[in-house]
Write a protein that binds this ligand. Structure first.
Ligand code: ZN
Length: 361
């Protein structure tokens, strides 16, 4: 059994995922997606099942650099998109081209279901909604987090001040993680969702059985979608084949996102027979093995944080994190990566029940 997360902590967050290349990865199902990843190009549109396709939408910078969008055809001929991908400028060319490739058009889209609030998943939703009148469906907690995003970012500055950061690193962390960070969706005055999704809900896609599976951790309202009849599990960023998803990247939450994430990894093990359709990289099988690899990685990190706490008397968060063997080492980090490493260290300390050993002066 894993330790239960302590309640009452509050954590800041930002958007993206953090690569940990040392973790073993499952074999790809799709040769074209694997080849595209190897060659650093976008994979082509691909049919996954009758009436289900995937296409890739690129985004600017960062890792990974494309989102896998899934297109699901309802029995009435309308289309649902799972994660429409990133659109900074409301341009939808890649989506339009992909739909043209399968003989359909953007006008056919009636529903946009979003796994979580990050710009590489939710980003194009408002533009698709405007262009087509499609409804946007997302978990209630994601909508709440978006509403609080600006206030959260400002409150996070107060946290950053307690981390014991060397002066020369602090401004970069505030810029990437606190009040200086870009609030991706603030510019839109539109509502973020037309349909609030809760765990177990069926998406309104005629003749399809697409059920919401709430998997908090990466963000508080992260939701996978299960298509049991077609044997498909759409995992967003909860479980990816090669990337170790960042934790607590969806705003401040009352509970420890690491505890939530480990519980969500346990939960996904009930779907081990389904083909995994992740938000990035490539489709694969055996979500159970992958979930266990990710959980083991977290357990190892918890042990490293415990060892650091054992070795130090009244350390700052920065001092604890400096003893944790993050890939690349914390000395090489700044800005977002450093902030992510520090908050994850805090989550692990909290999970150990040892958060109060860290000095916050
Ligand atoms: Zn993502």
């Amino acid at each position: 059994m894993r330790p239960r997360p302590a309640a009452g902590g509050r954590y800041g967050g930002a958007v993206t995922t953090v690569p940990t290349p040392a973790v073993p990865a499952p074999e790809p199902i799709s040769p074209v997606q694997a080849a595209a990843l190897r060659d650093g190009v976008l994979p082509p549109v691909e049919q996954v099942r009758p009436g289900v396709w995937t296409l890739a939408v690129p985004f600017r910078g960062g890792v990974p650099d494309a989102t896998l969008v899934y297109v699901v055809e309802a029995f009435d001929g309308s289309l649902a998109l799972i994660d429409p991908g990133w659109s900074d400028d409301d341009r939808l060319e890649v989506l339009r081209d992909g739909l043209t490739h399968i003989g359909r058009s953007l006008d056919d889209v009636a529903l946009v279901a979003v796994t979580h609030l990050h710009a590489d998943h939710l980003g194009a939703a408002a533009a698709v909604r405007r262009a087509t009148g499609a409804r946007v469906a997302m978990h209630r907690l994601e909508v709440e987090a978006l509403r609080h995003e600006r206030a959260d970012a400002a409150a996070t500055d107060a946290d950053i001040a307690t981390w014991g950061l060397p002066e020369e690193l602090r401004a970069g962390v505030v810029a990437a993680w606190g009040s200086g960070r870009r609030i991706g969706l603030e510019r839109t005055a539109e509502p973020f969702a037309d349909l609030l999704v809760e765990d177990g809900d069926l998406l309104p896609v005629a003749g399809r059985e697409l059920r919401a599976l709430w998997t908090p951790g990466h963000t508080a309202g992260h939701t996978c979608f299960v298509d049991q009849p077609d044997g498909l599990l759409f995992t967003g960023d909860h479980v990816l084949p090669r990337i170790n998803p960042g934790i607590g990247l969806g705003g401040r939450t009352p509970a420890n996102p690491l505890g939530a994430y480990l519980a969500s990894l346990d939960r996904i093990e009930g779907y081990g027979d389904l083909e995994v359709c992740p938000g990035h990289e490539y489709r694969f099988r055996d979500v159970v093995a992958r979930a266990r690899t990710l959980a083991r990685h977290r357990e190892e990190r918890t042990r490293h944080v415990a060892e650091a706490l054992d070795a130090l008397a009244s350390p700052t968060l920065f001092e604890v994190a400096s003893r944790v063997p993050f890939s690349g080492g914390i000395a090489s980090m700044s800005g977002f990566l450093l902030a992510s490493a520090l908050t994850q260290t805090a989550f692990h300390a909290d999970l150990l029940g040892r958060a109060d050993e860290i000095r916050t002066a």
